[in-house]
Design a protein around this ligand. Structure first.
Ligand SMILES: Nc1nc2c(c(=O)[nH]1)N[C@@H](CN(C=O)c1ccc(C(=O)N[C@@H](CCC(=O)O)C(=O)O)cc1)CN2
Length: 284
């Protein structure tokens, strides 16, 4: 089988976006004497989550953004977590808050996310941010969906009138990416674990977003020839939700894993942190 797909290089685009965030952070620091600060909150020691938080903090440091890390034990209660996040929401030295997902099966994650003040929700996980994004109002996009749209724009993918199929319906990825695609006048179909005859739907997708959290779940035979394929999966071993080799024989454009959507998630987080800091530090 011949490979026809062109790669969407998220790493390269993310590097440029992070450079721009770094320039804005430096300018803000010069003007105010204080650098932007992101608080990262991690519950437990899930290895993937530890890695992602470490990556986020390392990129912040490179970009001149301070990070304040709060590591909580795995047996932290929802009330304790809400208390920690509320304190960060009320701390004027913190401009953005990130609660790493998943916070643990015993945690009411929605309650924890909602403790993030809307102006500090740089990860775009609160109901406020979701509603603002869905209505096209000012607010922070959920980071992975925001990064995906930026990648599609960079590669000049025209979404108007296209059939976009989102496989997955999670609160921080599937649902919000569908709303962003809809805002660009795509016709959006959500598929999930109860969808019957998945292939008949994905085979009609001009743009396919894979956000199922199952390694190599979508294969070449699921695709319409010429489809744009966004693999938002990040399964153990750096494996996406799309079977890359078979998908490449049908797709026109495709994001690799690693090097596609993941770096764009972090770049969006940094951009939004600097944006939040700018508003908070220069207000009044
Ligand atoms: N509060 C949040 N939690 C989670 C989010 C999120 O956006 N907010 N997303 C995912 C995981 N995630 C960020 O947290 C994430 C996953 C993967 C990458 C990434 O850059 N991956 C690299 C490869 C990793 C490596 O080099 O080891 C890549 O794809 O190139 C970034 C962020 C779940 N939780």
């Amino acid at each position: 089988m011949t490979r026809t797909a062109r790669l969407m290089d998220g790493s390269a685009l993310a590097r440029r976006i992070v450079e721009q965030a770094a320039e804005r952070a430096a300018d803000l620091t010069r003007r105010t004497g204080t650098s932007p600060c992101l608080a990262t909150v991690l519950v437990g020691d899930d290895p993937a989550s530890v890695t992602y938080v470490r990556m986020k903090r390392a990129r912040c440091e490179k970009a001149g953004i301070r990070s304040r890390h709060v590591a909580l034990p795995a047996n932290t209660t929802t009330a304790e977590l809400v208390g920690t996040i509320t304190a960060l929401s009320n701390d004027p030295d913190v401009h953005g808050i990130l609660l790493q997902h998943p916070a643990g099966p015993h945690i009411d994650e929605r309650a924890a996310f909602e403790a993030i003040a809307p102006e500090k929700d740089v990860d775009g996980v609160t109901c406020h941010s979701f509603a603002a994004m869905s209505f096209g109002l000012d607010g922070f996009a959920s980071c992975t969906p925001g990064g995906i749209l930026r990648l599609l724009d960079h590669y000049d993918v025209d979404l108007a009138g296209k059939h976009a199929v989102v496989v997955g319906r999670s609160a921080i990825l599937g649902k919000p990416v569908g709303m962003l695609l809809l805002a660009r006048n795509a016709t959006v179909t959500y598929c999930h674990s109860r969808t019957t005859d998945l292939a008949s739907i994905t085979q009609d997708a001009d743009v396919l977003v894979a956000a199922v959290g199952r390694p190599r779940f979508l294969r070449g035979e699921h695709l319409k020839p010429g489809a744009v394929v966004i693999d938002a999966g990040s399964n153990p071993g750096n494996v996406g939700d799309v079977d890359f080799d078979s998908a490449c024989t049908r797709a026109s454009l495709i994001t690799p894993v690693p090097g596609g959507v993941g770096p764009m998630t972090i770049a969006t987080l940094l951009t939004q942190t600097v944006g939040a800091a700018s508003v908070q530090m220069t207000a009044g």
